[in-house]
Design a binder for this molecule. Sequence first.
Ligand SMILES: *[C@@H]1O[C@H](CO)[C@@H](O)[C@H](O)[C@H]1NC(C)=O
Ligand SMILES: *[C@@H]1O[C@H](CO)[C@@H](O)[C@H](O)[C@H]1NC(C)=O
Length: 167
Amino acid sequence: MRILTLLLILVSSANFTFGADLINEICQQTVDPSLCSNSLRSDPRSANANLTTLGRISIKNAQKSAKAAKKLIHKAINSSSYTQCVALYDDAISNTKKCKKALKSRDYGQLNTFVSAAMTDASLCDGSFGRGVQGPPQLKFESIKLQGLCNIILVISNSLSGVIKLV
Ligand SMILES: *[C@@H]1O[C@H](CO)[C@@H](O)[C@H](O)[C@H]1NC(C)=O
Ligand SMILES: *[C@@H]1O[C@H](CO)[C@@H](O)[C@H](O)[C@H]1NC(C)=O
C-alpha cells in the first residue's frame, strides 16, 4: 500500500516535472475526455499546438458534427420535428462559424455565447422528438457528440480568457 502511494507520488511529480501535455490538460476538464483527446489528436495540426490552434481545431470538429447531424435529418425528413431540426442545425452551423470569428478576434465572451447557442440548438432538436415522433437513430448520438465537442471549445475559451488555469 505504501509502495503504491509512493509510486503514485512519483508518477504525478514526474508528470509535473516534465511538463504536462496541453491536450491532456484540456481534456481532463471536459465531460468526455476520450472524445476530447481523440477528436483533437485526429487533426495533424494538434501536435505541439497552442491553445488558440486547439480552439480552431475543436470549432472545426464541432462544425463537422453539426453538419453530420443535419445530413442525418435531411435523409429522413418526414415530420415537422425534422423541419424544425434542420433549421436548428443550420443555426448551429452558423454559430460555429461565428465561433471561428470570435476566436480570431480573441473575444472569448462572444465565443462562449456562440458555443452555448450551438449546444442549445442541438438540445432543442432533441427535445422536439419524443412525443410519438422518432428521430433518426444516429441523431441522438451525433447530438451528444456535438455537445461534447462544444464543451472542449468552452474549456479552451475559458483557459484563453484566464477563467480556468490548465497548468
Ligand atoms: C499559436 O500558434 C499559431 C500557429 O502556429 C500562431 O499563428 C499563433 O500566433 C500562436 N498564438 C499564440 C498566442 O502564441
Ligand atoms: C420518420 O422516420 C423515422 C426513421 O427515420 C421513423 O422512425 C418514424 O416513425 C417516421 N415518422 C413518421 C411520422 O413517419
